[in-house]
Design a binder for this molecule. Structure first.
Ligand code: DI6
Ligand code: FE
Length: 396
């Protein structure tokens, strides 16, 4: 006897073993036992279960995986939004003491409880749209104490019925106290912050950019992460081509993220290393960028593409994974199947969790979303609607 059996449900499995679009099994059933998927198949000979849920023809997908967020931060940057609407650029604002550095001030000043409350509200929005796994980066502390505070808040969010992956993004921006001394700050990151916080995190990230850190500085961060045995990932080629993606690939990064300015050589490097390309159309939209990531090249070289909200106060104040699915299609030209795979299986891969989550397969965690839709493409189609009917994380 299984714990729970979902019947009359169309399954968008995203399983590589099925070659139907979306890995679909129509009018199927899925059984859950001890928090894992224990059985699934077409609807005829279903196994017995204690609890039977008739889904009446709804669709089930893997729970959504948001593999790139900056969910924990103090304050917000609506006033910068006003400035940008009057013509200031994101880079102008960053160079004039606004931008990431202004969120750093607010995050340092905020108590852990305040940070928790605001992050939880954003997380609740995501969960209400089917998210069962979220990655959360630090990076608005830029000192050991505040980076640790952010990661503690992320840890506390694990109590909210969602899987949380924690990423140390100490190399996000240069804090005011290190102005003119970026190498000195990278010393601090490599010698103190990474050794102290590596045991708390799943990965180490950085921002490789003109307004962030150089490839040489990021390489030092990656070496320090490697010494601690932690995975790396990188914000690369968002505003210019710095060769960050190739650098990330050399360190077998889980993912390289943004990639609007990536070259074909960068794409080839990702393909060879098996590094996932995480596309973030929310930031592209919100910053009114015009250069798109080269989706055709990523396809041509067989690079896995994930999609994420990049939820953050400066470039993507977005808590809706469904809106991002739509933007992935309308702005970047993904097919709905690619977009949905990007927020399930490929998102899981970008977190190194694809053996556990991201598709409907026997043995994987029962992280499930049931949607009141007639076809999976609807999840990319509606703007502002929320057809979620049921959400389970680890069978609960
Ligand atoms: N790129 C981004 O889009 C975010 N971080 C990054 O490295 C922006 C973060 C912010 O503006 O607060
Ligand atoms: Fe980001």
């Amino acid at each position: 006897m299984f714990d729970t059996l979902f019947i009359h449900v169309n399954l968008a499995t995203f399983s590589a073993s099925l070659d139907t679009p979306y890995g679909a099994i129509e009018d199927g059933a899925l059984a859950v036992q001890d928090g894992r998927i224990a059985w699934l198949g077409a609807g005829q000979a279903v196994p017995p279960a204690i609890n039977i849920v008739d889904c009446k023809g709804k669709w089930m997908t893997p729970g959504l995986v948001d593999c790139h967020t900056h969910l924990v931060f103090g304050g917000n940057r609506a006033q910068e939004f006003e400035m940008r609407l009057q013509g200031a650029s994101y880079e102008d604002i960053a160079r004039n003491g606004g931008g990431i550095v202004s969120t750093v001030k607010a995050t340092r000043a905020a108590s852990a409880d305040t940070l928790f409350a605001s992050a939880k509200a954003r997380l609740d929005d995501m969960k209400a749209q089917g998210v069962t796994t979220v990655e959360i980066k630090s990076g608005y502390g830029l000192d050991l104490e505040t980076e640790a505070k952010m990661l503690d808040v992320a840890e506390r969010l694990k109590g909210e019925g969602v899987r949380v992956c924690k990423t140390l993004l100490a190399a996000h921006a240069l804090p005011a106290e290190y102005k003119g001394n970026a190498d000195g700050y990278i010393d601090l990151v490599c010698e103190e912050m990474i050794p102290a916080l590596a045991p708390e995190v799943d990965a180490v990230d950085g921002f490789c950019e003109n307004i962030g850190f150089s490839p040489a500085q990021i390489e030092r961060v990656f070496e320090a992460a490697k010494a601690q045995g932690v995975w790396v990932k990188l914000h690369a080629e968002q505003l210019s081509d710095q060769g960050g993606a190739a650098l990330a690939a050399r360190y077998h990064a889980l993912s390289a993220d943004h990639l609007e300015y990536i070259s074909e050589d960068g794409v080839k490097a990702l393909a060879e290393a098996g590094t996932v390309a995480v596309l973030l159309p929310g930031a592209f939209y919100f910053l009114k960028e015009t250069r798109k990531p080269p989706v055709d090249l990523l396809r041509k070289h067989g690079v896995a593409m994930a999609l994420a909200t990049d939820c953050n106060p400066g470039s993507s104040p977005i808590t809706s994974p469904l809106l991002i699915l739509n933007m992935g299609c309308t702005l970047f030209g993904l097919t709905p199947e690619e977009a949905l795979a990007g927020m399930t299986l490929q998102g899981a891969k970008a977190l190194g969790l694809d053996a556990e989550i991201g598709s409907l397969e026997v043995g994987k965690c029962a992280d499930l979303a049931v949607w009141d839709i007639e076809h999976p493409s609807e999840l990319c189609y509606w703007v502002g609607a929320n057809p979620l009917s049921q959400r389970l994380c680890g069978g609960k």
